[in-house]
Write a protein of this length. Structure first.
Length: 265
């Protein structure tokens, strides 16, 4: 079994506000997405990666743990860590993961394209201002998009973000790329968690027109607040998914592990 070479991977940018583990994780994701790290190949040992990137073992382990959790890598006891076969990767959206829809779909080898319907700075609705921890009537960014997966119209999403992120959002290419990647690269904001609620709703007249379904068609509505690495809310969004074109994955954990995670939050 061949071992992947680390040659060609970018160095860690020590002047960047983006955490080292996230930079390493993003670099490996690009290698896998572009086919330079092929399925079934063994990745280098942790200590070799520590020496190559000049980072701690904790940093390397956090990046590899998240990539394994996301389905891009697979650990085999006694053999090492390998690039996962595409068939073992998530084919839908892992609802409990912090990453966004674009990132999850790309991991499943899907092509995501968005059409930005509007992005403006305007006063935040009262419930959004509350969820983002801002003063009532404060301004923020409203981003409205339609999204296609593998050429199929899949969802309509309205995001609200804090006003201090306006430059990152208004200047980014969000039709071919990820909002969260733009925030990480342009503002140093890395998603660290959040919460999501899912509800079945009937399509109102506007949603029906946008998603090309009859009025009243059942949709999956996902409400979410995203937190940064410091636990500060930075985005509140509401997405309407066509149920015939969306699959949500939920990872079920033992009760004791859930309790431990809550205690450490």
């Amino acid at each position: 079994m061949n071992q992947i070479s680390l040659t060609g991977l970018p160095s860690i940018d020590r002047a960047s506000p983006v955490p080292f583990y996230f930079q390493l994780k993003s670099a490996i994701e690009r290698e896998i997405a572009d086919g330079r790290w092929p399925p079934g190949e063994r990745i280098p040992p942790e200590m070799q990666m520590c020496e190559h990137f000049e980072v701690s073992r904790t940093t390397v382990r956090q990046a590899l743990t998240e990539l394994t959790r996301d389905g891009l890598l697979v650990r085999e006891r006694g053999s090492g860590t390998f690039v996962a076969e595409p068939s073992r990767r998530a084919g839908g959206w892992e609802l409990q993961l912090a990453q966004g829809f674009w990132d999850e779909a790309r991991r499943g080898d899907h092509v995501v394209v968005s059409r930005v319907l509007e992005r403006v700075i305007e006063p935040l609705p009262g419930d959004v201002a509350r969820d983002l921890g801002t003063e009532p009537g404060a301004s923020g960014v409203r981003l409205e998009r339609l999204r296609w997966v593998d050429g199929a119209l899949t969802m309509h999403v309205v995001s609200h973000l804090r006003a201090d992120l306006a430059d990152a959002v208004l200047g980014a290419d969000l039709e071919q790329g990820s909002l969260y990647a733009a925030l990480a690269e342009r503002a140093g904001v890395v998603v660290g968690g959040g919460w999501r609620d899912v509800e079945a709703v009937g399509a109102d007249a506007r949603r029906a027109e946008l998603l090309e379904v009859p009025t009243g068609t059942p949709l999956l509505r996902v409400d979410s607040v995203s937190l940064d690495a410091d636990g500060r809310p930075f985005e509140r969004y509401r997405a309407w998914h066509r149920g015939d074109r969306t699959r949500l994955h939920i990872h079920v954990l033992p009760e004791n592990e859930i309790a431990e995670r809550r205690a450490g939050a």
